[in-house]
Design a binder for this molecule. Structure first.
Ligand code: G16
Length: 541
């Protein structure tokens, strides 16, 4: 074991979900070591305890895992579990942490961001409940990165990550585990596999696009081997270090091929995709895309059809920018609806306290109290379970839902890689005029309230301020502006636009058309074009 002197880096502040940077930034001497040591230095009493390590298999994953193993040993962990090949999807890692009562885990991923020598990498610390570290921990980690002067590491040979089994590193037990087995077993406990299997055997067809990312082996095991979907139902199933050169982002831009298939005459009954680390999901029925916000509402309304949720939901939580479709489901079910800031870490306390069962975000994330991360394949399996029990198409379920609850037309407009100064000044100027907006109108829409979202955690009493600017209009429409906390270059301005339509006769309008006046108002209120120099968003989801 040796102690190595180092000097701080100024840019190691964790964002919405851990530290995400370009690979060359992580490759600077001591950069990874500084951050991991800062994580360990911010934790207490872990000597002899278990640490879990897994990643999404992207470029630089293996190198960082070897460093992390040697540092964990030098810092006094007693046992370390690592997925074979360095692989663990984010929800599977959460499950391994919980099942083994580990002290915590390091998850190496930059999620849906591209991978490769000049693309993105990330490190995130999860606590013992299996969920992302809360803000007070990430703030302590950041504070430590600013003063760190040394790190501890064992000088031992690399561990063979490809061989399942047990080895010792500097007095610490290292177990290389099957990344899929425990997770697949958990899914089988939650859902009615027999009903899904019978539906598939009866001719129901599905396509799952793993986008050359981490979910390939999980989806093949669960959908093809255990549920009997024909070989080839899972596409792009080999995890690649650069995701085949694509963004492993399951949205209508990056999963275009799947979308086009689902809109064609050859469409299977059900299409889905997941992202780089397996926590996001995209759901498309034959001829119909289900927005993540709608998916949350529809899953919550039908969850009782799956064995794990048969006794009902304790509550529902959604991030603030997520559409309010789930709110009306909570109302009907007679359970509480919690509105949290963006970031899965904010759901952890509510789940631990047993206040909610299902959570979701507009950013293609849905999950439940089975783990403490959002879970892409879980969402796919809950949809399949519901389809098997209801015996209806995705389209029929969606249209029936809108008829009963009304429809929230919804879109997110992203302006990526905007100059940071321009993005910050747009938000600052908006903030400054918030008090004067109520009662004014834009493009014929009257503003009722305007504020900057602040969250008071009902469990631990902590407050998180400045979490996004909300402009509410008469009739229930809404525009939200916030800056992304996951980008790695410049700033990304996110504008979330929503209009509620209770009238079923008006539920078949194209989303762009339904939101046209709000989109124009979003620009007028914030001066997006003038301040960013962009005349249209980079991505619309
Ligand atoms: C992460 C977080 C999510 C968040 C998303 C987008 O997801 O876990 O909670 O909604 O980023 O965040 P932002 O709008 O700040 O970019 P993932 O899948 O990237 O880990």
């Amino acid at each position: 074991m040796k102690t190595v002197s180092t000097t701080p880096f100024e840019d190691q502040k964790p964002g919405t979900s851990g530290l995400r940077k370009k690979v060359p930034v992580f490759q600077q001497p001591n950069y990874v070591e500084n951050f991991i040591q800062s994580v360990f230095d911010s934790l207490e009493d872990f000597t002899g305890q278990t640490l879990v390590i897994g990643g999404d298999g992207r470029f630089y994953n293996r190198e960082v895992i070897q460093k992390a193993i040697k540092m964990a040993a030098a810092n006094g962990f007693g046992r370390l579990l690592v997925g074979q090949g360095g692989i663990l999807s984010t929800p599977a890692a959460s499950n391994v942490i919980r099942k083994n009562r580990a002290f915590g885990g390091l998850i190496l991923s930059a999620s849906h961001n591209p991978g490769g020598p000049n693309e993105d990498f990330g490190i995130k610390y999860n606590i013992g409940n299996g969920g992302p570290a809360p803000e007070k921990v990430t703030e302590a980690i950041y504070a430590r990165t600013r003063v760190i002067d040394s790190y501890k590491i064992c000088e031992t040979p690399d561990v063979d990550l490809d061989r399942i089994g047990r080895v010792e590193v500097g007095g610490m037990d290292v177990e290389v585990i099957d990344p899929v087995a425990d997770y697949a077993a958990l899914m089988e406990e939650l859902f009615d596999f027999r009903a899904i299997k019978a539906m598939i055997a009866g001719g129901f067809s599905l396509t799952f696009d793993a986008m050359h990312a981490v979910t390939g082996p999980y989806a093949q095991e669960i959908l093809e081997r255990r549920l009997g979907a024909p070989a080839g139902s899972v596409r792009n199933f080999v995890p690649l270090e650069d995701f085949g050169g694509h963004h492993p982002d399951p949205n209508l831009v990056h999963a275009r091929e799947l979308y086009e298939l689902m809109m064609s005459a050859e469409a299977p009954d059900f299409g889905a995709a997941s992202d780089g680390d397996g926590d996001r999901n995209l759901i498309i029925g034959r001829g119909i895309f289900v927005t993540p916000s709608d998916s949350l509402a529809m899953l919550a309304a039908n969850a009782h059809l799956a064995p794990a949720y048969a006794s009902g939901l304790k509550g529902i939580a959604r991030s603030m920018p997520t559409s309010r479709a789930a709110d009306r489901v909570a109302e009907k079910l007679g359970v509480e609806l919690y509105e949290t800031p963006t970031g899965w870490k904010f759901f952890g306390n509510l789940l631990d306290a047993g206040m909610v069962t299902i959570c979701g975000e507009e950013s293609a994330g849905t999950g439940s109290d089975h783990v403490r991360e959002k879970d892409g394949l879980w969402a796919v399996l809950l949809w399949l379970n519901i389809l098997a029990k209801r015996g209806e198409s995705v389209q029929a379920i969606a249209e029936g839902h809108w008829k009963e609850f009304g429809r929230n037309y919804y879109a997110r407009h992203d302006y990526e890689d905007v100059a940071s100064d321009a993005a910050n000044s747009l938000i600052t100027e908006l903030r400054e005029k918030l008090d004067r907006l109520a009662g004014t109108s834009s493009k014929g829409l009257v503003i009722t309230t305007a504020d900057d979202f602040s969250y008071l955690d009902p469990v631990d009493g902590s407050t998180s301020a400045n979490q996004g600017i909300r402009i509410l209009f008469e009739g229930g429409s809404r525009i939200v502006y916030r800056l992304s906390g996951t980008g790695t270059s410049g700033a990304t301005l996110r504008v979330y636009i929503e209009r509620f339509e209770p009238d079923a006769a008006k539920h078949d309008v194209a989303t762009g058309e339904a939101l046209a006046d709000l989109i124009a108002a979003a620009d007028e209120i914030a001066g997006i074009r003038a301040k960013t120099g962009r005349d249209k968003p980079s991505v619309i989801t």
